[in-house]
Design a protein around this ligand. Structure first.
Ligand SMILES: *Cc1c(COP(=O)(O)O)cnc(C)c1O
Length: 379
């Protein structure tokens, strides 16, 4: 058996346990302690968002977005079908309807040119997902939203440290969300953040996150007692998670650079296979700086994906694919609806392979991955 190359290998900076020990020693373990506040400031500084709030996960932050927009039964939110389930679940849990539109051929992001035609009197928001940490066409999306009176909620789960025309992903729409799940770039095991950019939503965001109470204002001394203000839940992580995340946030720049170097290596190594017409490499628009969250290839349309994955696995290389488009999944058909043809979503999603990419991935492992892919594609 050849040595395994895992798909993901969570990167630890080495300071996580030190900060956790300090939080332990401080004896402040509930949420919104010193480490959480430090993380909030750092996220605000790095993204330029108005207000960052740590959550248990990006899924939780997306649910907060739906609560903040007061999504009601029958309300519609326009989103790509090619995304993770959490983008749609957040809407469905409020009784809302995800309306799926097709993606762009180049970035696999929502096709902004199809959004306006999907708007109905029930449409409340647009939910762009920045696939692979590469920005959606936010200028066009914000313009449609403004003209049609809609909110924009960014799923920037994969987009921490990426920019669109110089602005951080997650800081452009009314609300944004990051993920710090173990499979993302900057991690805390499970974890996420809600980004609030619309000043009118800041206070309610704090309330919804604190079980529907104004406890955050109470702790700041702005009110003399805290009371139940509206429907909310508990979305704040404890300090141990924040302490772990703080170690990662301190090195967010280095973590991103390390991944970008490996992303570029793949990109160079795979150019000959693209020239042969056997696959297509990712396309990064000139106005988007990305965080190298993912390296994927799109196999030529006439190549069967499964034998390629099998061959890689036989060589000990764990490459994966995702997503089954939501419009074709059982829950997507039950709760959502597709607007227009989904041909690019259907065609591209079955051709995609994600290659192992992680902080510190050795050059030799990348060479082996590319060689195995070469062999599989020349079968
Ligand atoms: C990872 C991911 C999520 C979910 O993030 P969690 O922190 O695991 O809840 C949501 N949307 C997209 C696009 C993701 O990639």
């Amino acid at each position: 058996m050849p040595e395994h190359i895992p798909f993901n290998w969570p990167h630890m900076t080495g300071k996580e346990l030190y900060y956790i020990a300090e939080a332990h020693f401080n004896g402040k373990l509930a949420g919104d302690g010193p480490y959480t506040k430090r993380c909030h400031h750092r996220l605000e500084k790095l993204s330029g968002c108005l207000k960052a709030l740590l959550t248990h996960s990006c899924t939780a932050a997306l649910e907060m977005q739906a609560l903040l927009l007061d999504i009601r039964p029958g309300d519609e939110v326009i989103m790509p079908s090619y995304t993770f389930v959490s983008t749609a679940n957040a809407v469905v849990l409020r009784g809302g309807v995800p309306v799926f539109v097709d993606i762009r051929e180049d970035t696999l992001n929502i096709d902004e040119g199809l959004i306006e035609d999907a708007v109905t009197p029930r449409t409340r928001a647009i939910a762009p997902v920045h696939y692979a940490g590469v920005g959606c066409e936010m200028d066009a999306i914000m313009e449609i939203a403004q003209r049609r009176g809609l909110k924009v909620v960014e799923d920037a789960a994969q987009g921490f440290m990426s920019t669109y025309k110089g602005r951080a992903l997650g800081s452009i729409g009314h609300l944004g969300a990051y993920s710090f799940h173990e499979t993302k770039n900057v991690i805390s095991g499970e974890g996420g953040a809600l980004l609030v950019n619309d000043p009118d939503l800041v206070q309610r965001a704090e309330i919804i996150r604190e079980k529907g109470t104004d406890r955050s204002r109470f702790f700041r001394g702005e009110v003399d007692k805290y009371t139940w203000q509206e429907a909310g839940s508990s979305y704040l992580p404890g300090e141990l998670i924040a302490a772990f995340l703080w170690a990662q946030l301190e090195e967010a720049g280095e973590i991103t650079e390390n991944r970008i170097a490996r992303w570029r290596r793949y990109h160079e190594m795979l150019e000959p296979l693209e020239k042969e017409g056997l696959l297509r490499r990712p396309v990064i628009p000139a106005h988007c700086l990305h965080n190298a969250h993912m390296y994927y290839v799109l196999l030529a349309p006439d190549i069967d994906r499964q034998p390629v994955l099998d061959e890689l696995k036989k060589q000990g290389i764990y490459a994966v694919f995702h997503y089954v488009p939501l419009h074709s999944a059982p829950a997507g058909r039950r709760y959502g609806r597709a607007h227009g043809a989904m041909s690019r979503t259907d065609n591209l999603s079955v051709r995609l392979i994600r290659l192992p990419l992680w902080h510190g991935l050795p050059r030799a492992a990348q060479e082996r991955t590319v060689e195995s892919l070469y062999t599989a594609l020349h079968r």
